[in-house]
Design a protein around this ligand. Structure first.
Ligand SMILES: [Zn+2]
Length: 661
């Protein structure tokens, strides 16, 4: 939500709000790119609305109120918008005078059947529980609900792969992919589905690139919104659910192009309406408690639920109706709102709400490749010629079209997904894949056997990758606080369990353990840790000791050191004060760490005061705290005196690695 609020505040200080939709007209630099695509989507929705009889409309996920205001203008309906972000609703009020409510699409603050039409465009691919959002939109609609999404797959296998590839970490990411039949399964009878757009034979690349002028835009939109057969250039679906009281829409109708001209001329000036101080009665009368759907009572500056007592603030005429956190049992309560949902619909819901693993970079390549192969699509050769900091692997992957990030933003080859070092095997597999892709692009003719070989290589590696990802330590169960870090580091080959195949998270970490882990991390993988030539430095770590080369390496790097009498004491445990010194040196590449920051120490028990027994750790702990690598205990102390356990060490190492170049 923070991300959305920031998004919808963008540009306000500069006189032009930076709009989501082309509200200032096609070609304006003050709105997000791909104007023609956006106009074509809008047109495809408006021509279906033109077939419906309605007096009221709610736009769920309505951003700055563009669609709602268009519907008001074209169909003389009373309209409202609802967006998670308060800022988006404020923009809708300022730009168009469209009333809005800040609410979560999973929990709409309206009683059943509050609006004749509910619009929900390009929302369901972004939300945590898309089936809940679909059901809520239908619940609140009296006659029609209209959904659009461009995240549609042709077959179940493609959907499964795309779900695995979805990046669940970044804000406002696209989490969900749908099969067209999902909508019928979830929404029941009286559902029509049509292709939203076609991108086939549309010249001038309307997706990205220069924005065309109004005349060209008009002709492009008409081509993209053509009615007719399905083919591979189809883009998205438009779904209409008609309630019992409403006749289904006729999707064979081309629709009137009148709305299109109105859309092309539907521009606002940057001079805003100014936010309203009171809520529009049209919207106020329809609001209900999002948690229990009971009536809301108006008080000074807030609304209060007549049944559960929850309070919802009103900010500049916009009610903020987010379900209280402590509401609990969200899933059961929400499901009781959609009594019509049947078991197949619930099964579709489970597909989306089941937690997905964060994909490894290699897995992404393989899945992407498999997708390209199963979908029958080729790959584009996009090797950048001017990429100076290139490596064999990186270039090959870019050339093969497997790596789609810009090369400049790619981390070094041994540091991939989540900036974690890949194992030697993974790098080998990527190298092989990249080489084959290059060969394939160089000689497309006669390449069919290469495709086949590649597919078998990919699926073998894929199976192996999936197997690897399922393995875990029995004593590091799901939900254990350090499990993601321990798993990621294990998968990368940086850390390992003890000889009994357990991880023993609560055991103290030894000086030898930490030398082995850091040695691998600093060298970019186990295979790259150099053998130590010459006489062993420490009497208690002979060359026959399996940890010898790691210890020599981290000592040579200035990260750790031995004791005065020429010993290393590999089995000795470390306290949290000492581990901070080691991790900080590893991250800083030596001891060049500022002598401590000015101001109050982050932890009252690690200071630079002369009497503090841990004052020699102070600058290192501050260095790590500033980078969020150590966060201390709930009591606000760092506790440098406590022994560092293997789970704590893994978490610190993981956090430090995510910041290493
Ligand atoms: Zn309530």
């Amino acid at each position: 939500m923070e991300w959305l609020d920031r998004r919808y505040r963008q540009g306000l200080a500069h006189g032009h709000y930076y709009a989501h939709e082309p509200i200032y007209g096609v070609g304006s630099p003050y709105s997000e790119p791909n104007h023609v695509l956006r106009l074509a989507r809008t047109y495809s929705v408006m021509r279906r609305l033109a077939q419906m009889e309605f007096q009221s409309l709610l736009d769920v996920g309505g951003a700055e109120g563009y669609h709602a205001s268009l519907a008001r203008r074209l169909f003389s309906a009373e309209v409202a918008t609802s967006d998670l972000s308060l800022e988006a609703n404020l923009r809708a009020a300022e730009l168009y005078g469209v009333p809005g409510v800040a609410s979560d699409a999973h929990w709409l603050p309206f009683a059943d059947g509050s609006f004749d039409v509910v619009l929900c465009c390009e929302v369901v691919e972004h939300v945590a529980d898309p089936v809940a959002v679909m059901c809520e939109a239908v619940r609140v609609a009296r006659r029609y609900t209209v959904f659009t999404t461009d995240h549609v797959c042709r077959f179940a296998r493609e959907r499964r792969i795309r779900l695995l590839l979805a990046d669940t970490q970044s804000p406002h990411s696209e989490l969900n992919w749908f099969l067209p039949e999902d909508f019928r399964t979830v929404l029941g009878d009286n559902v029509t589905l049509e292709r939203q757009l076609t991108l086939e034979h549309v010249p001038g690349s309307p997706v990205g690139g220069e924005e065309p002028g109004p005349a060209e835009a008009r002709s492009l939109v008409l081509q993209m919104a053509r009615i007719g057969g399905r083919h591979t250039a189809d883009h998205g679906v438009l779904v209409v659910k008609a309630r019992e009281s409403a006749p289904p829409v006729d999707i064979s109708q081309r629709g009137d192009v009148g709305p299109l001209d109105a859309i092309l001329h539907h521009q606002v000036q940057s001079a805003p309406h100014g936010a309203e101080e009171t809520m529009a009665p049209f919207l106020r009368d329809r609001l209900a408690c999002p948690a229990c759907l009971a009536a809301l009572l108006t008080s000074e500056g807030y609304l209060e639920c007549s049944t559960c007592g929850a309070r919802y603030p009103v900010e500049r005429g916009v009610a903020v109706c987010h379900v209280p956190d402590q509401h609990g049992e969200a899933e059961q309560i929400a499901a009781s709102r959609w009594p019509w949902m049947e078991e197949p619909g619930k099964a579709v819901r489970r597909i989306f709400v089941t937690p997905r693993p964060a994909p490894s970079r290699l897995l992404c390549y393989l899945l992407d490749l498999e997708l390209a192969l199963t979908a029958g699509a080729g790959t584009d050769a996009t090797a950048p010629a001017d990429y100076s900091d290139s490596t064999e692997v990186r270039n090959a992957l870019c050339a093969g079209g497997l790596e789609k990030r810009s090369p400049g933003s790619m981390p070094p080859p041994e540091v991939w997904w989540n900036r974690l070092p890949a194992t030697g095997d993974e790098i080998e597999a990527m190298r092989a894949l990249g080489a084959v892709m290059v060969a394939l692009n160089a000689r497309r003719r006669g390449a069919i056997h290469i495709w086949r070989g590649l597919l078998s290589l990919a699926s073998r590696a894929l199976r192996r990758g999936l197997r690897l990802r399922r393995r875990g330590f029995p004593d590091v169960p799901t939900g254990f606080w350090a499990r993601p870090e321990i798993e990621a580091l294990t998968r990368s080959g940086l850390i390992s369990g003890l000889s009994d195949a357990l991880y023993h998270p609560d055991r103290a970490v030894s000086r030898a353990d930490i030398a082995v882990w850091l040695g691998r991390a600093l060298a970019g993988g186990d295979a790259n840790v150099p053998e130590h030539a010459g006489k062993p430095t420490f009497a208690d770590v002979p060359a026959t000791d399996s940890r010898h080369k790691y210890i020599e390496y981290v000592v040579a790097k200035g990260v750790m050191s031995g004791y005065d009498e020429g010993v290393y004491r590999p089995e000795q445990t470390l306290d949290r004060g000492h581990i901070a010194i080691i991790i900080a040196r590893a991250l800083a590449g030596g001891d060049a760490i500022p002598a401590g920051l000015h101001g109050r120490p982050t932890f009252p028990d690690v200071t630079s005061e002369p009497g503090d027994p841990y004052r020699n750790c102070h600058r290192y702990v501050e260095y790590l705290a500033a980078r969020r690598i150590v966060k201390g205990y709930p009591d606000g102390l760092y506790h440098p005196e406590l022994t560092c356990s293997r789970d704590q060490a893994a978490v610190m190492l993981y956090r430090a690695l995510t910041q290493m170049r």
